[in-house]
Design a protein around this ligand. Structure first.
Ligand code: FMN
Length: 129
């Protein structure tokens, strides 16, 4: 099973600050360890994040992120089972800096939900396009 959580929130730390750098390094290390893929997008005072992984892992990470002091006003755009991953790794990018592919955020929102009994695509398999 594969789960996805996509949300936006209001950032309470400055863009490209030491606080944000620490967040990024910790998140990247944790996500590699836990098989979480996705993207964290920062534009002005907004975050938009896609998280993909095992349902238990995504739930646990979601609980941690939801109570994090570095942002507030979390608004869920999508949650639940998904057939395939959109992202191969987890990374962070900035709306004002060009590393973020908005097309991938849109693709993650549009990914099909599995029908009961239909197996999900094995982890790591790239399925975009
Ligand atoms: C906008 C935002 C995005 C975050 N994304 C992640 C993430 O993808 N993975 C992660 O482990 N922690 C992420 N965090 C941090 C978690 O809230 C939490 O501090 C962290 O997972 C705790 O890690 P630790 O158990 O290694 O101390 C994020 C926090 C914020 C504010």
């Amino acid at each position: 099973m594969l789960s996805i959580w996509i949300y936006t929130s209001r950032a309470l730390i400055a863009s490209r600050s030491a606080d944000e750098g620490a967040l990024y390094l910790r998140a990247r290390a944790n996500n590699r360890r836990d098989g979480v893929t996705g993207h964290l997008h920062r534009a002005r005072d907004r975050y938009a994040q896609v998280i993909e992984g095992d349902p238990e892992t995504v739930d646990a990470l979601r609980a941690r992120i939801a109570r994090d002091w570095r942002h507030d006003g979390i608004f869920t755009l999508r949650e639940g089972p998904v057939l395939v991953r959109t992202f191969e790794t987890w990374d962070m990018g900035y709306g004002d800096g060009g590393r973020t592919p908005p097309r991938l955020l849109a693709a993650a929102l549009a990914r099909p939900t599995p029908w009961p009994g239909v197996p999900t695509v094995p982890r790591g398999r790239r399925a975009l396009n």
